[in-house]
Ligand binder design. Structure first.
Ligand code: PEP
Length: 250
């Protein structure tokens, strides 16, 4: 299974800044052996097309940070999978914690987006994770189970396992500088693998589970070497090409 190193740029970078960062990344990754990795970059919608054109490394793919689950229609401000694919992007994020907690997306909508994206031909990184309050109340298992069940209900079949990736991102570790401990990561990823076995059957073993939450060049290697960690989803530390290149080569 190829490890995935993904960059979530959130609401950062104009198209010009995208060109600058990806030009640097093209150069920095020239000599990094990437045949065992897939690198995903999730820029804002306004940079998707230019990002897909500028990237010249066959192991780097572009994705959108969100989608609306309809082909087209009267949905002001929204973007469809057809439009994302037409920009040259192949991936999409669903259920990022900033969308769940700031934009108030619920599990049902995250599920609809995940299913619609997959059925439309996009590959999906579906994000799940608990808040600090949920963790402290002992609800880690229940929160992850609920999010996974609703996200993966009614998956299109057949679905090849490399098209659906789960990202475990504890909300309290995103953008806070607080990385989860190795024990926390192993515990959550083991729970997720077990839940996936119940939901997906045999393909659960080939479904990649990423960790996200304050990953940096200094901790990337250790986290990547943990059991059931099949890659990383990186926010802040992916914005500078040199820092992201270090994480890619970790
Ligand atoms: C993210 O945005 O998915 C993320 C993990 O952010 P950060 O790395 O900044 O915590």
């Amino acid at each position: 299974m190829k490890k995935i190193i993904a960059a979530n740029w959130k609401m950062f970078k104009t198209s010009e800044e995208t060109i600058q960062t990806l030009t640097e990344l093209n150069t920095l990754t020239e000599n990094i052996p990437l045949d065992n990795k897939e690198i995903l970059i999730f820029p804002p919608f306004t940079s998707l097309e230019v990002a897909a054109k500028i990237v010249n490394n066959p192991y780097i793919f572009i994705g959108a940070q969100d989608l609306y689950p309809a082909k087209e229609g009267a949905f002001t401000g929204e973007i469809s999978p057809t439009m994302i694919l037409a920009c040259g992007a192949k991936w999409v994020l669903t259920g990022h914690s900033e969308r769940r907690h700031i934009i108030k997306e619920d599990n049902a909508l995250v599920g609809q987006k995940t299913i619609f994206a997959l059925a439309s031909g996009l590959n999906v990184v579906a994000c799940i994770g608990e808040t600090l309050e949920q963790r402290e109340e002992g609800n880690l298992y229940d929160v992850l189970a609920e999010q996974l069940q609703q996200t993966l209900a009614k998956l299109p079949t057949p679905l090849s396992p490399e098209r659906l990736v789960i990202a475990y991102e504890p909300v309290w570790a995103i953008g806070t500088g607080k990385t989860a401990s190795t024990e926390d990561i192993i515990e959550a990823h083991t729970i997720i693998r077990e839940l996936l076995k119940n939901i997906l059957g045999v393909s659960a073993m080939q479904t990649r589970i990423l960790y996200g939450g304050s990953v940096k060049p200094e901790n990337a290697h250790e986290i990547l070497s943990l059991d059931n960690v099949d890659g990383l989803l990186v926010g802040g530390a992916s914005l500078k090409a040199d820092s992201f290149a270090k994480i890619i080569s970790a």
